[in-house]
Structures are given as structure tokens and as C-alpha cells.
Design a protein around this ligand. Structure first.
Ligand code: GDP
Ligand code: MG
Length: 273
């Protein structure tokens, strides 16, 4: 087990940013890639591609380096259906952005999620409720959360202006993309994963509850939670947005998924972090 976790895998993943006009897609990419913000509204013509590397700890698979290729687009009113395949084709993940101050940005959000599902099936989706530095609309929050729960999308309050949750939302997506890729491969379940399933067997548990039981570093825990979810062993039972603007998830074991490998009884010493 230890040898597998030493290796560093590197791969590329296309991520499409979509949503209505003026919700902050271009600003979010600029903040994430260059750590800058500009108050002017610059219309994005067609599509524009930027990149950022994410290093992930992904036990039990090992260290991962993901080259995110971020595809910026114009609002759908300008986008001809012939461009849908260019924008979404081959995307390993989709970020759907709405403006948290503006209920009118919800309809484009729903259309893009439908389109994303049609073109890319089950890829991970993140919903970014952007401009969280301004006064938010409860309607936008409530409706986005409802869609997020239906679509297994993680909802974040973000601000391209202050930078709030921007890095977190992109990195969570990178981790979810890694999990959906690894879920297709046969990865042996380790002691920590068994502990997670035992903890969530009887009632839904928050990440903090599971963290208290398993005592592994948070990123390592999150990777396992995503992997177990993609493999069908776990499911998200509820999602709210926490006071920090991040998704507050509770997980429950399904009692299903591929048969786990037999746990080693080595105790704490044999664990990967
Ligand atoms: P796009 O059409 O989705 O690419 O939207 P833009 O990124 O061009 O942003 C549209 C307008 O909203 C611009 O004037 C931005 O400066 C502004 N904007 C974008 N993100 C934020 C944010 O998080 N907070 C605030 N206050 N304004 C934002
Ligand atoms: Mg733009």
C-alpha cells in the first residue's frame, strides 16, 4: 500500500465555466489563475482557455498533480448550439456560476446544468454563487441548494472580488474529478475507508464528525469521501451552505458498492495519512 502512495501521477483535466452573462465567470478565472480582480466588464468573445496546476494528496492512490485547463465562455444568449460541444466536449468537470444577488441568473444556471448532464453525463459539477461580497438573495441560495442536492453538485458562496472560497471551490472540483477517474480503477480499500463506512453506517455524519473519528488530515479524508461516494459506498445525505460559504455535507453509508477488500488488522501504524 505504501509503495502505491509514493508515486506522483500527473494528468490534464478540462473544466468548463458556464452560466449567464455578467455572473463573474471571467473574473473567477482571473482570480484563480492570476489572483487579480478588475471592476470593468470585459466581454469574452467565444471561448478562452487558461491553466492552473493543482497538487492533491489523494490516498490511497498517492500524490496527484492535475493540470486544470479552464474554458471560459460567453453567456448562453450569445452561444450558438453548435458551440455547446466545443465548450463542454471532453470536460472532466463543470463549474456553473450564478450571481447570488440576482434571481434572474438561476434560469441560465438550470439550463447549463441540463446541458452539462446531456453532453457530459455524470461528471462532477460545482455551483458557484458568486458576488458573495454583496447582499445575497435568499431565493438564489435556496433554489441553488435544491438544484445542487438533486444534481450532486457542491454549492459554494464565492467572491471573485475578495477571493473568498475561489481556490477552495476549484480544488474541491479537482479532487472530485480525481475521485471519479480513480473510482473506475480498482483501488484497495484501506483502514481509514473502513472506519468512514463504520462511522456512517447508522446515521448521516458531517465531515467534522468523521474527521473526529478517523483523525487523518482533512484533505486526505476528503479524497476518501469523494472516492467512496463515486464508488457507491457512500452518498451525500444532505447539503447546506455553512457559515464559511462552503458546502456543509452529511454522508451516509449505502451498504452497497463493490465488495471491499479485507481490512488489514495492523491498527494505526499501517495507515496511510
Ligand atoms: P462574466 O460575464 O460571467 O464573465 O462576468 P465578469 O467576470 O465579466 O463580471 C461581470 C461584472 O461583475 C464585472 O463588472 C465584474 O467586475 C463584476 N464581478 C465579478 N465577480 C464579482 C464579485 O465576486 N463581486 C463583485 N462585487 N463584483 C463581481
Ligand atoms: Mg466573461
Amino acid at each position: 500500500m505504501a509503495t502505491a502512495s509514493e508515486s506522483i501521477a500527473q494528468w490534464k483535466a478540462k473544466v468548463s465555466l458556464v452560466g449567464g452573462t455578467g455572473v463573474g465567470k471571467t473574473s473567477l478565472i482571473r482570480r484563480y489563475v492570476r489572483d487579480e480582480f478588475d471592476d470593468r466588464y470585459i466581454i469574452t468573445l467565444g471561448t478562452k482557455v487558461s491553466k492552473r496546476v493543482v497538487d492533491l494528496e489523494f490516498p490511497p492512490a498517492g500524490q496527484l498533480r492535475v493540470d486544470l485547463t479552464l474554458w471560459d465562455t460567453m453567456g448562453e444568449e450569445f452561444l450558438r448550439p453548435t458551440l455547446y460541444d466545443t465548450v463542454l466536449g471532453g470536460a472532466k468537470g463543470v463549474i456553473v456560476v450564478c450571481d447570488v444577488t440576482d434571481p434572474k441568473s438561476i434560469d441560465p444556471l438550470m439550463s447549463w446544468i441540463d446541458l452539462g448532464r446531456r453532453v457530459r453525463g455524470d461528471v462532477p459539477i460545482q455551483i458557484l454563487l458568486n458576488k458573495s461580497d454583496l447582499i445575497r438573495s435568499d431565493e438564489v441560495v435556496t433554489r441553488s441548494l435544491r438544484i445542487g442536492r438533486q444534481q450532486q453538485a457542491h454549492c459554494y458562496l464565492t467572491s471573485a472580488k475578495t477571493g473568498g472560497n475561489v481556490v477552495g471551490a476549484f480544488e474541491d472540483l479537482a479532487r472530485r474529478i480525481a475521485a471519479s477517474t480513480f473510482a473506475e480503477r480498482k483501488i484497495e480499500m484501506d483502514d481509514v475507508s473502513h472506519d468512514i463506512l463504520a462511522t456512517t453506517a447508522t446515521e448521516p455524519r458531517s465531515v467534522q464528525d468523521i474527521l473526529a473519528k478517523t483523525r487523518v488530515p482533512l484533505p486526505a479524508l476528503q479524497s476518501r469521501l469523494e472516492l467512496l461516494t463515486c464508488q457507491g459506498h457512500l452518498r451525500v445525505n444532505s447539503m447546506e451552505i455553512g457559515p464559511d460559504g462552503r458546502p456543509f455535507l452529511k454522508y451516509v453509508a449505502t451498504g452497497q458498492g463493490p465488495a471491499p477488500a479485507v481490512a488489514s488488522s495492523g491498527g494505526g501504524a499501517s495507515r496511510t495519512p
